[in-house]
Design a protein around this ligand. Sequence first.
Ligand code: IMP
Ligand code: MG
Length: 190
Amino acid sequence: MKTRVIEDAGEYSGQAIEEILTLEQLEARIKELAAEISKDYAGKVPILIGVLNGSVFFLADLARNLDIECEIDFIKVASYHSGTQSSGTVRLIKDISCVVTNRDVIIVEDIIDSGLTARFLKHRILENNPSSLSFATLLLKPECLKLEFKAEYTGFEVGNRFLVGYGLDLDQKFRNLPSIWAFSDNDIID
Ligand code: IMP
Ligand code: MG
């Protein structure tokens, strides 16, 4: 397993991170998810709604591996956290620009942790009467779920550790790491 120590990153300098999912693993799993989605939505033109900012790399790779036509849009929300705990309050920052009424919608998420963001997004989209709604999440932390939630497409289930890379951030940093890394010290965001 690859590990590295963060250098020159202000307050996180000296922190160790280890790679838990390589680019090859991500690419292979995303191809499988794209094949599944292409099969399930054959003959349809779903709208992929990426949840900003974390889902951009996943959405870009997923969409490019689909064999069907699709549209792409984005939504941005903020969830408030105190330390590692989500407060449960989710706020809409940027709404979708497309019309989802009578359309097949797939919400594309980087990670589902408590599930509170996913629940908010689900209600938000369902208000506008889509033909169907499903969730594609690259990562799921099953131990952290605070409510009953099932994503139709899940890349990997991961443990309760703070992750960065491939879109996931810590204070907006590390999103551009090409693969997924975990902080060794899980108290990093307390
Ligand atoms: P939830 O509402 O608790 O499910 O949180 C979902 C959001 O929290 C994700 O879209 C991420 O932005 C963020 N998040 C949760 N876990 C992590 C992590 O390990 N690293 C980075 N961001 C995370
Ligand atoms: Mg996110």
